[in-house]
Design a protein around this ligand. Structure first.
Ligand code: TRP
Length: 450
C-alpha cells in the first residue's frame, strides 16, 4: 500500500497545483517583485531574477517536492528519516531547522504587509458606501505606517485568518480555500493589465522591465534577485517539502513543478505590467519606489478611472487572498512539526506558532514608527529581517537542499520519485542540483560577504 501522510493528502493533481501555486503566488509577486524591480534598476534585476528562477529555483523546487514526498512527514522528521535511510550525516537535519526559523521570520513581516492589504480593502469597501476618497495616497500610506496600533491590529486579523485555515487541516482548510480563490485572483490581475494598456504607457512599462541596463547589475542586485527567486517560489524553508509530503505517488513532480514555476513567474510579470504603466502615467519615478510602491501609486489611478473604487477593492482584496494562500503555507511546516513531535492538536499548534510570529512581527510594525530611527546595515528593521531571512537563510536552505538531493540521496530514490522524466532531463536536473545551482547560490552569497 502507498505510504501516506498523517496530516492528510491532496485529493488530486489539480489540488496540489492550486495549493503550490497558491503558496508561490502572493505578496512576493504583486507587492515585492515590482518594488524590488523599481529599487534595483528594472530590467537588470528582472533578467537576473529570471535566470535564478530557471537555473536555481526550478531544480530546487523539484528537489524539495521530491524529498517531501519520499519522507511523507514534516520537514525535520522527514530529514531525520532520510538521513537514517541513506546513512547520510545528521548535519543535513539542520535544513529543517533553518526552515522553521526562516518561516517564523518571514511570516512575521508577511503578516504585517498582509494587514496593509486588509486595511486598503477596507478603505475601498468604505468608499463604496460613501467613505472618504484616497486623494493623497502618499499621505494615506504614511498615516497607516505612523500608527502602530492600527498596524498591529490588521496584522492580528491577518494572522487570525491564517490560523483559521491551517487549523482545519489539509483537505478541509487549505484545499478548499485555494480551489476557489486562485482563479478569481488571476482574472482580476488580467483585467488590471487591460486597464494598463488603455493608459498608453504599457510600452514604457515593458521597456523598464525588460530592457536590462547591464551596468546596473552588481552584488546587491544579484543578492536581491536571488533572494526574491527563492521567496517567490516559496523555496528554501521546506514549504514545498511539506506540500510534497501530501502529494500522491502517481503524479509527475517535474511537470507540476514546471507549471508552478511558470505560473508564479507569469503572475509576477503580469503584476509588473499592471503596475508600471500607472506609475509612469502619473509621472512617478519608476526607480526607487520602496515597499510602499503599490500602495502609493495604484490608488492614484483608482481615484480617476471609471469604476476605480471597484478596481481598488478588487485589487487589494485579490492581494489579500493571494497573501492568505501563501501565509498558510508559511505556517504549515512548523505546525506539522509540532503536531508530530510534541503531539499537540493541529489547532493549538497553529495557534502557538502564529502567536509567536505575531509577536516577532511587532518588530516590523515598530520599524515604521517608534523604532524608525534604528538602522542596521543601512536598512530599517524590516529590511534587516528581509536581508537575514529572504536573502540569506532561504538561499542557504536551498543550497543545502540541492546538495542533499544531489549528493546524499541514493539514485534509486531519485529515479523512483522522478519516474517518467526523460533521461536527458533527469541528467540535466541532477547536474543542476549537484553543481550549477549550489555554485550560483554560493557565488551570490559570498560576493556580498566579501
Ligand atoms: N511565495 C510567497 C509569495 O511570493 C511567500 C511564501 C509562502 C514563501 N511560503 C513561503 C516564501 C516559503 C518563502 C518560503 O508571496
Amino acid at each position: 500500500m502507498e505510504k501516506t501522510s498523517i496530516h492528510g493528502m491532496w485529493s488530486s493533481r489539480t489540488a496540489f497545483i492550486l495549493a503550490a501555486t497558491g503558496s508561490a503566488v502572493g505578496l512576493g509577486n504583486i507587492w515585492r517583485f515590482p518594488y524590488l524591480a523599481s529599487d534595483n534598476g528594472g530590467g537588470a534585476f528582472v533578467l537576473v531574477y529570471l535566470m535564478c528562477i530557471a537555473f536555481v529555483g526550478l531544480p530546487i523546487l523539484i528537489a524539495e517536492i521530491m524529498i517531501g514526498r519520499h519522507g511523507r512527514r514534516s520537514p525535520i522528521t522527514t530529514l531525520v528519516a532520510l538521513t537514517r535511510e541513506t546513512g547520510a550525516a545528521k548535519g543535513w537535519i539542520s535544513i529543517g531547522w533553518i526552515g522553521i526559523v526562516a518561516g517564523i521570520l518571514i511570516l512575521s513581516f508577511y503578516s504585517v504587509v498582509g494587514g496593509w492589504t486588509l486595511h486598503y480593502s477596507w478603505l475601498y469597501l468604505a468608499q463604496l458606501f460613501g467613505g472618504a476618497r484616497i486623494t493623497d495616497p502618499g499621505a494615506t500610506f504614511d498615516a497607516l505606517l505612523a500608527n502602530p496600533w492600527e498596524l498591529a491590529g490588521w496584522h492580528a486579523v491577518f494572522m487570525g485568518v491564517t490560523v483559521g485555515v491551517v487549523g482545519l487541516g489539509v483537505e478541509k482548510g487549505l484545499e478548499r480555500a485555494v480551489r476557489f480563490l486562485m482563479p478569481v485572483l488571476f482574472l482580476t490581475l488580467v483585467a488590471l493589465v487591460g486597464y494598463g494598456a488603455t493608459t498608453g504607457h504599457l510600452g514604457k512599462a515593458a521597456a523598464f522591465l525588460f530592457q536590462p541596463d547591464f551596468s546596473k547589475i552588481n552584488a546587491g542586485v544579484m543578492m536581491a534577485a536571488m533572494g526574491q527567486a527563492f521567496f517567490s517560489l516559496s523555496l528554501g524553508m521546506c514549504t514545498m517539502m511539506t506540500y510534497g509530503a501530501y502529494l500522491p505517488k502517481d503524479i509527475s513532480i517535474p511537470k507540476t513543478a514546471g507549471i508552478v514555476a511558470v505560473a508564479d513567474t507569469g503572475i509576477a510579470l503580469l503584476a509588473g505590467l499592471a503596475i508600471f504603466p500607472i506609475v509612469i502615467g502619473f509621472g512617478i519615478n519608476p526607480n526607487g519606489g520602496g515597499p510602499g510602491l503599490i500602495f502609493t501609486s495604484l490608488p492614484l489611478a483608482f481615484d480617476v478611472m471609471s469604476g476605480g473604487v471597484i478596481y481598488g477593492l478588487l485589487f487589494f482584496g485579490l492581494l489579500f487572498v493571494a497573501a492568505w494562500t501563501s501565509s498558510i503555507s508559511l505556517l504549515e511546516p512548523a505546525t506539522a512539526f509540532l503536531v508530530e513531535r510534541v503531539g499537540i492538536a493541529r489547532k493549538n499548534g497553529s495557534l502557538l506558532v502564529a502567536g509567536l510570529c505575531w509577536l516577532v512581527g511587532l518588530v516590523t510594525v515598530f520599524s515604521f514608527n517608534i523604532w524608525s530611527h534604528i538602522r542596521l546595515l543601512d536598512r530599517d528593521l524590516m529590511g534587516v529581517i528581509e536581508l537575514v531571512a529572504n536573502d540569506t537563510m532561504l538561499p542557504l536552505g536551498g543550497l543545502l537542499i540541492a546538495l542533499f538531493a544531489g549528493w546524499a540521496l541514493k539514485e534509486t530514490i531519485l529515479r523512483e520519485q522522478l519516474a517518467g522524466m526523460p533521461a536527458g532531463l533527469f541528467t540535466a536536473w541532477r547536474w543542476m542540483v549537484r553543481i550549477l545551482a549550489p555554485l550560483l547560490v554560493l557565488m551570490v552569497l559570498l560576493n556580498v560577504v566579501l
